[in-house]
Design a protein around this ligand. Structure first.
Ligand code: DGT
Ligand code: CA
Ligand code: CA
Ligand code: ZN
Length: 574
């Protein structure tokens, strides 16, 4: 079992427990474990096989969970999960895929209307039986109906980081093939899109058969959908399709360009070729019968007098305009990052102490971090009241003396309350070095209301940025109804920043909103929202999303070295 699969089991247990109305802290423990396991870089299977380390040393894993992980790895299942499943029909869990439909409401639908499938839920909405239930109403019924369509579509895509795990294990499996010279994953994966529909591998090999034979023996294969002379399609256990194409050397660059896409980018490119009397396809660029390019991607673009485009920009948005003006942005890279401005510690629901996080951040060459634990309203996350927050900041001051050239900003993630206003008084926020504000409650409010709350939060002189501004959870929950353009304009007007939350489930702001923020001159903080040391690794996903939004080093605040940041921060608090 992979870490992602183990995390999925704990996530499922949390869903089932919540569905049954279990103690929220118990539910939270499973969710936290799932999240931490998802963030681990080392495979649990290897740690357990090596047998020289105690799993309880891992963040958020106590004795009970450690035993469960071992059982899972040994037997592939868990007694607790089986018991829970026997109490709740499994199909009910698919109801949870409907955006905005949490376990509590799903349980009500199941108990009161005996609904167990998406199809039954759809019918119940159409019959207006759902709006009759206590706590539902006609607006909710409409939203559920919309959500069902979204759930059906979203169920077919996976997160980029999950795709990445599959890509890495497929690479390891395929690379030893004799006669294989190049193997590149193209498609949306290569473009760094936040979710991926299927994987598109290209191979350059002496002969196609050995690599296709080897693909057939990959451990995750459920079905071989098709196999031709040079093309093969398989579907994995998790339902994800993998296409493999073996292409000749003289066409490799053209195939890579074509199958990287996007389709929109390719359509524009084909039009440009046509205007020059050329033809472009997955085999090359042709003038009449003569192939004039195709071996490398660069020469394919060069044949059309175009620069090589970073794959993240190939969405058919502004990239051709930029190229024509000779102004492709010099995209930010992970190396540009100097610090991380949204991190949780053991003071709220984080798994690592401030000191552990600081050491880890130093080890990756950062010059600073901000500790931003939750405020009191978020009780399940052990949010801090003013008194505990001030105590934490004193602790940070003491700790900070330990290091030269490394700095810990005293921060907080303050809740934007349901009724508007912030969860901590200005006298407290004023003492912070860095304040991010975010919505955790009242997420389903109408557009005007939730937008107003965020704009008001930006008006607060001590708030620096809004964290995860749209609240989306990829393939799980749609964004709040917020008017994000209005929020970005407010950020511009009040001289504030916005967060790009780098967690692979969030990536919020998304690429398009990042581009809008840039156009408004609103700086972006790419932050991991780490709840453990390995959570800091998420920075790469955030950087990738920022690249898709066309951001450069200058557009991102946490590329600034400490001495610049220090001078800059007061300008965002006024
Ligand atoms: P996905 O898999 O839904 O996340 O998105 P992609 O972009 O990987 O799309 P996919 O797998 O259907 O196709 C891979 C690439 O192949 C796509 O980005 C561009 C190219 N491609 C596929 N179909 C067409 C097409 O009809 N026209 C053009 N111009 N290119 C296509
Ligand atoms: Ca694809
Ligand atoms: Ca495909
Ligand atoms: Zn947070």
């Amino acid at each position: 079992m992979t870490n992602a699969e183990i995390a999925a089991v704990f996530e499922q247990i949390a869903d089932l427990l919540e569905f049954q109305g279990a103690n929220p802290f118990r539910v939270r423990a499973y969710r936290t474990a799932a999240r931490n396991i998802g963030e681990l870089t080392e495979p649990l299977a290897e740690i357990v096989a090596a047998g020289d380390r105690d799993l309880t040393e891992l963040p958020g894993i106590g004795q009970d969970l450690a035993e469960k992980i071992v059982t899972l790895l040994k037997t592939g299942s868990l007694p607790l999960l089986e018991v829970l499943k026997s109490q709740v029909p499994e199909s009910v869990l698919t109801l949870l895929r409907v955006p905005g439909l949490g376990p509590k409401r799903a349980a009500a639908l199941y108990k009161k209307l005996q609904i167990t499938t998406l199809e039954e839920l759809r019918q119940a909405c159409l019959d207006h039986r759902v709006r009759e239930l206590e706590g539902f109403g006609s607006k909710t019924e409409e939203n559920i109906l919309k959500g069902i369509e979204a759930a059906i579509q979203a169920g077919q895509r996976i997160l980029w980081y999950e795709a990445d795990q599959i890509v890495q294990s497929l690479r390891e499996h395929l690379e030893p093939t004799a006669g294989l010279h190049r193997l590149v994953p193209a498609g949306s994966y290569r473009r760094g899109k936040d979710t991926v529909g299927d994987l598109d591998f290209l191979a350059l090999a002496d002969t196609p058969d050995p690599v296709m034979d080897r693909l057939a023996t990959f451990r995750g294969v459920k079905d071989i959908l098709a196999r031709g002379d040079t093309k093969m399609s398989i579907v994995l256990q998790n339902g994800i399709q993998v296409d493999l194409r073996v292409v000749p050397a003289e066409s490799f660059g053209a195939a890579l360009q074509y199958f990287t896409g996007s389709k929109e980018h390719n359509v524009i490119l084909r039009g440009m070729a046509k205007n020059r009397g050329l033809k472009i396809n997955e085999y090359g660029v042709f003038r009449g019968e003569e192939q004039i390019a195709g071996r490398e991607e660069e020469e394919v673009y060069a044949a059309l007098d175009l620069p090589w485009f970073p794959p993240e920009l190939r969405e058919g948005r502004k990239e051709f305009e930029w190229a024509a003006a000779g102004k492709l942005p010099d995209l930010i890279t992970l190396d540009d990052i100097r610090g991380d401005l949204h991190i949780h510690s053991t003071w709220s629901d984080g798994m690592a102490t401030i000191e552990e996080i600081a050491e880890a951040a130093r080890a990756r060459g950062y010059q600073y971090i901000a500790i931003t634990d939750h405020s009191q309203r978020v009780t399940v996350a052990n949010g801090l009241n003013a008194e505990r927050l001030l105590a934490q900041w004193e602790a940070i001051d003491r700790l900070a003396k330990k290091w030269r050239g490394f700095h810990i900003l005293k921060g907080v993630e303050v809740d934007i309350l349901e009724a508007g206003g912030l969860d901590l008084p200005d006298e407290v926020l004023k003492e912070a070095d860095w304040v991010v504000a975010s919505v955790h409650f009242g997420q389903n409010q109408p557009r005007d209301q939730i937008t107003r709350r965020m704009i008001d939060a930006l008006k607060n002189p001590y708030v620096c940025a809004i964290a995860h501004p749209t609240g989306r959870l990829l393939v799980e929950r749609p964004p709040y109804e917020v008017d994000i353009d209005a929020v970005l304009r407010a950020a511009r007007d009040y001289g504030k920043m916005m967060e790009l939350n780098a967690h692979p489930r969030r990536l919020d702001l998304d690429d398009v909103a990042c581009a809008v923020a840039k156009a408004y001159g609103v700086p972006i903080a790419i932050s991991t929202d780490a709840h453990s040391v390995s959570g800091l690794d998420a920075m790469r996903y955030g950087v990738m999303q920022a690249r898709r939004g066309g951001l450069t080093r200058a557009d991102v605040v946490n590329t600034r070295p400490w001495r610049e940041l220090k001078k800059l921060l007061p300008k965002y608090r006024k």
